[in-house]
Every structure is written in C-alpha cells, then in structure tokens.
Design a protein around this ligand. Sequence first.
Ligand code: GLC
Length: 530
Amino acid sequence: MRFGSPRTSLPPNWDCGYDISDYCNVAPEYGTLDDFKLFLDESHKRNIRVILDLVLNHTSDEHAWFLESKSSRANPKADWYVWVDTPPNNWQSCFDGDAWTYAPERGQYYYHYFMKQQPDLNWHNPEVKQAMWDAARFWLDLGVDGYRLDAIGTIYEDPKRTPHSVPMNLAELRRFSDLAKTPKELKLKDKYWHDMFKHQWGQAGLHDLMQELRAVMNEYGGDRMLVGEDDNIDYMGNGNDELHLVFNFPLMRTERLTPQHIRKNQKERLKRLNSLPVEKGWACNTLGNHDSSRIRTRYGDKLHDAELARLHAGLILTLKGTAFLYNGEEIGMTDYMLTDISQVKDTMGIWYYHAIVTGMGVHPEEALARTAEMTRDKNRTPMQWSKNSNAGFSPQDITPWLPVNPNYKDGINVKDQTQSPYSLLNYYQHLINVRKQSPALIFGEYTPIHAAAKDYFAFLRHTDSQKVVVVLNFSNKRLELDLTKVKEVKARTLHTLFSSADHSQKKQDLHALAINPFEIFIAEVKSTHG
Ligand code: GLC
C-alpha cells in the first residue's frame, strides 16, 4: 500500500481508533493527511509540540498485514502475528474473554491481548519491526515531535506460555471485582488481576526493542521524545538509551489523593529516577487519561468537588516533572453515566454487558449500571465548548459519537469559562503561566517540608537561581503554618506568586502563614534584604 494514499473506507473503530488499519494515514472522520500537515505546521508556528499515539502491540484485524497473514500459512506475512494450531493455555484477553481466536482461513488460532479485532503482532519477526519503524519514520519525517507508546508492556508474552492460575475467566473475574466488598475480597481481586495477566505483559525483550526505537528517534533532529504508557522506570534504560518518560501511574492509582500518599509516591519515584546510571530520569505526572474516571469525579468527595479540582490541578502543575492533562479536566468535566446499552460504544463494555446478562443471568438493569461504571465511555464524552446544542461540539442536526454530558449547560463549557475571570479554565491558565515563568517550578529539585503533616502537603522547588515554596491544603480547615524552622526559608521573605485565596499581603508572615481551606499557595523565597 502506498503511504499516504487517500482512504477509501471507514476505519474499523473497535477500540476507539486503537485498532489501526493503516499506520500512515488519517481516519476520514478526522480529516485528511493534508489537514494533519496544516495542523502540525500551525501548531509549530505557535510553539506547540505535537506527539502522536503509536500502537505497537497490535493492529486491526482489517489491516492489510493481518489480512495477508491470515489468508494462508504460506503467505510471506504468515509469521507476522502469533499463530498456533490449538490454544496452548487458558490466557484471557483483557477486553473480551479468550485470548486465542480461530481463523478458519488458516485453520489456526491467533493471539490477542485486547479485542479479537486487535491481533497481536509477532515482534520476534524482524520484518515486523522494520515495517513498524518505517511507519514511525513516516510521521517523524512530517515533523511530529514524538510518540506516546501505547500498551508497550503487552508486546511480548511468556515464551513458555505458562497458564494463569486464577480459578475463573475474564467475565467471572470482572463480576467478582464488581461484587468484592470486604478487605479480603478486595485484596484477592487485585491478586487475581495480577495473576491472570502476569504471563502476558512485562516480559523480556522490551529493553532491546525500546533501544531500537530510541535509535530511530535519534536519527531525527530537534528534541523528539518517547513516553511509554507504562509506569516502569526500568524502561528509561540507563537514562539516555530507551524512553524519555514513563507515566507516574502509581500517583493516580488511589481512591483519594492524600498528602501521605503523594509524599511517599514522590520519594520513591524521584529516588529511582535520580539513580539511573548515565543520566537522571525526568519525572512525568498525570491524574487522568482517556482510560480512567475523570479527576473531578474520581477524587471528588461530593462536598468540595470544585475546591478539590483546583487543588489537584495545583498539585500536578507544581510537582517535579512534565504534567500531562486530559482534555476537559481544565473546565471540570465529569464522568457521564450512560443510561441505555445502545449508547455504549466501548466494545469492552458491550462485551461485558452481554457476558453477564447472557452468561450469568444478571438482570439487565444491574448489568447496565455495572457497564456504565466500568466502560471508558463515561470519561470520553464530547468536549464541551459552549452552551449551544451538543455543547458546540457538533452542529444541532448531528448525533455525536457519545451523548454530551448535559452539565455543559451549567457552566462546564469553554466559552462560559473564558468569560468568567474566576473559572476553573482561567485558573488553569493562570497556574500554567506561573509555572512557565518560574524556573524552580520547571527545573527545580523537590524537597518536602513539614513531612508529617496530614492536612497539607508542603514542599520546596529549588534551582540555584530560584527557590519556591508550595503549600496545598487538602483539608477544609484554616491553617497557620510556622515556617521559621525550615532552614531554606527562615530569615527570609515569602513573595506570593499564586494563591487560590485572596492574600491581600504580598509578603507573608513566616511564623503564622495563613492558609485557607483547600488553598493552593505558591511563593518565592527571597532574601529579606534583596
Ligand atoms: C491503551 C490505550 C487504550 C486502548 C489499549 C489498546 O491502554 O490507552 O485506550 O484500548 O491500549 O490499544
């Protein structure tokens, strides 16, 4: 297939685009390759870098490579995917049941970690690597600035194909997880998820592969980057030869963000990043993405959701490392629970609904509630641009892919928030500007202060030229902090750079620094005489 030829058919979309049928083109619902080039140029003119998602583990079952591979055992691409005569084990796909699916054309089964429409590539075959690196070069040649590498942990499987030891299949495990309540059940649930998939991800071989891809990136000028959808710092290699970044997922894997949890997380991550042998690793923090419940819903307490949303933005934009924000969090978008199974687009949700209704006799009403909760559709509803129909996302006569969350009418939209000086959107922009203008917040080291405090999280960020103190009050109490015993701060003056409360005084009292409930306070530490 010629790279870049116009697409004639719609892409399959079994997994919201993560089932790729052409690596070198644009899905028509998003436009054309020329539109993309224009978008890229215009972004670069505005100093905005563009990174693309690169899906390495699998293709669509409609990709020409797979169509050839499944056509016959004698096809030149016969070995590009993982084929077996009979399923060698009880492995599950994490989306839709058995991981081995029969293809009558070859009279064999192929392996898939995700949906059966997403067959896994055989990365042991050097031709697969070359084809994928060529696809990566295609976009790098156009000028893209890097890649988010999808699901890298699942690229290789246990060569011994050891069966999993969990006494249930995927649907049963999901059901078990839905019903688990006691600490014992919850612990067992986590163990089962780990044990069910432990032979299918995190296997040997990935370091070499990441080094190869890094070498491809190094063929290009500019500082192009790779970020892995994985939290394992090992995939940053020696600090200079594998990935530039991996996500700090352990930070967001919690029911509630507490100062204790954040401090422990930062201590562990930064220690590990600082100990990479050749170059220190750079941190990368996020609280949300298209696969997880929206921040405002997930970390809210239903009483102080608005305050907590601001606090969490303050956290992610002041911690050491690159911050990844998920679209819509800057206006406070929330999860939206679908109310009818016909609305569900996430195929893993549809699969689960039918598996429990038909396979386990669960009442459709309960099954719908479970599905609405587990599906990623809830956090993927259209961006809310204005209070016009369809939240300004699509014209009135178009039915969007997923329903629009009706709260766009209540101020959760970009247009209203642009006009309101105290909106969350303006708050994010203000905070981002403070960060951009503060070398300490971008490059500075992190040092926790008052490290035993339960109500608030306080820390310093410091470079040779600037020292900044950050206080995030996670409680609904008014605090008075004594900073006179903090060696980096004592006998100095604090100049407010940002506060979510109204600090009328620019200079703050170090003996009794007043912090309002849920306040985010950022100040520069200056010499008293300076
Ligand atoms: C990643 C993506 C997710 C997708 C899966 C399969 O986890 O973030 O959305 O479904 O990979 O490609």
